[in-house]
Design a protein around this ligand. Structure first.
Ligand code: ATP
Ligand code: MG
Length: 272
């Protein structure tokens, strides 16, 4: 898979998240180091509760960091003011596990998409141009804008909502996309389509994609690099072929042995 090798886009040192007080203390993410390159697809793989979502929320600036630093485009990330946070969020966006939690349910779909155009500096574009962009974004994810224009997000199916989230990303064109279990709500066929759309975003815009999953089989098919997460720590990482075909850690071997045999037959070459 193509990527601008070694051009660091996002990295971290000793990143840690501790929840609770001295009695209820949970170390959700425990001193992790990472380095993600431009245009790379990275999978973070681990069992439920291993700290994947907490890690992604720290990267996104949605939860505070207990210890450690994040570097974005080679500099220490600074989101100390509202303006700085807004600028950061232009460059880093997310597609979440639960699409129902991702939209303001009182906003019609056109407003959701218009917001993205405005965020990207398109506020003063003529109405027809905005409509053209929204139509293009919807067709990128196999949705028909004309059929959605007066609807609210809750009037869509889970799979349609997930595709609408990707249409937003198409308009926002961030440098980094965090996709936290983005295919959890859909069947196997739509899953391949969604992965295909994410990879298309990468190849067209050189986006860095951080794909978060408990499914090491999916991770193998989509990623250049894999980080294995166990109890808040990255226990193994590297090139996807090396980590998955020649795992060193017992935990990685166990995740691999849990992969349903169906993957052996499932030809996902269409998404690679
Ligand atoms: N807001 C919170 N307050 C306290 N503990 C939390 C909070 N959020 C997460 N945790 C704890 O941190 C640990 C990691 O949770 P996290 O949601 O990051 O796991 P995950 O790998 O994303 O799991 P899943 O695959 O089920 O989504 C868990 O033990 C969880 O209970
Ligand atoms: Mg999670």
């Amino acid at each position: 898979m193509s990527s601008e090798k070694n051009v660091s886009c996002l990295s971290g040192k000793g990143l840690t998240k501790i929840f609770g007080n001295s009695r209820t203390r949970t170390v959700a993410v425990d001193h992790v180091d990472f380095d993600f390159s431009k245009g790379e697809v990275i999978s973070i793989v681990g069992e439920s509760g291993s700290g994947k979502t907490t890690f992604s929320k720290m990267i996104l600036g949605l939860t505070s960091i207990s210890e450690g630093e994040i570097y974005f485009d080679g500099k220490i990330r600074d989101i100390s003011s509202r303006k700085k946070r807004e600028n950061y969020w232009k460059e880093i966006q997310a597609v979440f596990q639960d699409p129902f939690a991702s939209f303001n349910m009182f906003y019609k779909i056109d407003s959701v998409l218009l917001d993205c155009i405005n965020m990207r500096g398109g506020k003063h574009l003529p109405k027809e141009k905005k409509r053209e962009l929204m139509t293009e974004a919807c067709s990128f994810v196999n949705l028909k804008f004309d059929e959605l224009t007066n609807k609210y997000p809750f009037e869509l199916s889970g799979g349609q909502m997930q595709r609408l989230m990707i249409a937003r990303i198409f308009l926002l064109k961030p440098k980094i996309l965090i996709a936290d279990e983005p295919t959890s709500m859909v069947d196997a066929c739509s899953r391949a389509t969604i992965l295909d759309m994410l990879l298309k975003l990468r190849s067209e815009n050189n986006m860095t994609i951080v794909f978060i999953t408990h499914d090491i089989g999916l991770a193998y098919y989509v990623s250049d690099t894999v980080y294995i997460m166990e109890h808040g720590k990255f226990v193994e990482h590297g090139n996807a072929d090396d980590v998955i075909l020649k795992p060193k850690e017992k935990y990685t071997k166990r995740l691999i042995s849990d992969v349903p045999k169906i993957y052996e037959k499932w030809d996902l070459s269409t998404v690679g």
